[in-house]
Design a protein around this ligand. Sequence first.
Ligand code: AMP
Ligand code: ZN
Length: 112
Amino acid sequence: MDCLFCKIIDGSIPARKLYEDDQVLAFHDIGPQAPVHFLVIPKRHIATLHELSEADRPLAGHILYTAQRLAAEQGCAEGFRVVMNCNDLGGQTVHHIHMHVLGQRQMNWPPG
Ligand code: AMP
Ligand code: ZN
């Protein structure tokens, strides 16, 4: 399968890793949109949030908890933003689900 994030997981494409366990990987975004910008992804390929199943609920929680814990470690105790883009209309460009974590600047609303 030709998936950029699966290649980061298998090590064939390098990334600046922040955290890894048996279920998830976190690494710095290559095009940061804030002083802190990293991604949390499941190690199993799930193309979009549409493909998330009921059995994936613990995994989804683990992704969110990992995002929160790493955000604190990265100096975002005052606040941060998480974003998950779903499919083309949602602005998703890499079709392996990922949670963006952005911090250390003022966020605005609504997003673009
Ligand atoms: P999205 O547009 O929500 O699918 O987000 C994809 C994100 O992946 C973008 O913020 C990209 O900057 C980021 N990205 C693309 N290629 C890489 C890479 N090789 N390493 C780290 N982040 C990447
Ligand atoms: Zn993948």
